[in-house]
Write a protein that binds this ligand. Structure first.
Ligand code: 13P
Length: 279
């Protein structure tokens, strides 16, 4: 689609969402939406550490627990949780958009599915930054994941500079419309991860995150009114055992995507307990 048409559509959606304050407040609360606590280990842990972690980790009632280790650890992690009958899902941190071919270093969606992954993180800000993934790539990857039976966890968020320039809603609207072109809203999970909050120890406040999550849901309602209220939207960015409760208390925050605090089993377990309790 022509860039100017895309910008025009984004503008229309953004204005409509902002003007209809009712669309933000009339959507139902999180009651009934699936809750998730997801560990994104990024490029951390070896096989011994992974198995020790999974041995100690307990699933939580009423919350989907997903661990996303580095690619070489996906299969041993899956074998381990399966062997122990643990209700812990394994997710990949990336997927390639093509079925197969000459793509050195990449992983195909059907291979990830084959080795037992259920989820796949797509469009993480770190990949947008160093692997130059844009919204069109995110869209292709999400379509490919869905085609092969993986649930995409679509990440989005603004940089500090964009936030300071009051561009957050504009950036998110562009990211959502770009990522969701031709995709069924009810089939994906979203993660709002403000770039400035990732790995900085400075999370968004729960109120700030709630406001943005409601905005994301309102944009989704423009795409698919019926399903927007059912979609789980997770918060990510310096979540830890001390602030998880505040996020869990918010209506439109349906779980968390955790980086640093997911590397220690104790802190990750405490975060799971927060969402399990509230479920
Ligand atoms: P931190 O929890 O370390 O800020 O990382 C968040 C993140 O990037 C999860 O995907």
């Amino acid at each position: 689609m022509d860039q100017s048409i895309k910008a025009y559509i984004r503008q229309l959606v953004q204005e409509a969402v902002q003007q209809s304050a009712s669309s933000l407040s009339n959507l139902p609360s999180s009651t009934g939406r699936k809750q998730y606590v997801i560990a994104n280990w990024k490029m951390n842990k070896n096989i011994k550490e992974t198995l020790e972690f999974l041995q100690q980790l307990k699933e939580g009632t009423g919350v989907e627990v997903v661990v996303c280790p580095p690619a070489p650890l996906l299969y041993p992690a899956k074998l381990y949780v399966q062997g122990q009958n643990k209700e812990i899902q394994i997710g990949a941190q990336n997927v390639h958009q093509e079925d197969k071919g000459a793509y050195t270093g990449e992983s195909a969606a059907n291979l990830l599915k084959d080795i037992g992954c259920s989820y796949c993180i797509i469009g993480h800000s770190e990949r947008r930054q160093y692997a130059q993934e844009d919204d069109a790539t995110v869209n292709q990857k999400a379509k490919q994941a869905l085609k092969r039976g993986l649930t995409p966890i679509i990440c989005m968020g603004e940089t500090l500079e964009q936030k300071q320039q009051n561009q957050t809603e504009k950036v998110l609207t562009t990211q959502i419309l770009g990522a969701m072109d031709g995709i069924d809203v009810s089939q994906v999970i979203f993660a709002y991860e403000p770039v400035w909050a990732i790995g900085t120890g400075e999370s968004a406040t729960a109120e700030e995150a709630q406001r943005i999550h409601a905005y994301i849901r309102a944009v989704l309602a423009h795409i698919d009114k019926r399903n927007a209220e059912k979609v789980s939207i997770l918060y990510g960015g310096s979540v830890n055992e001390n602030n998880a409760q505040e996020f869990a208390a918010m209506d439109d925050i349906d779980g968390v995507l955790v980086g640093g605090a997911s590397l220690q089993v104790d802190s990750f377990q405490k975060i799971i307990a927060v969402f399990a309790k509230g479920a």
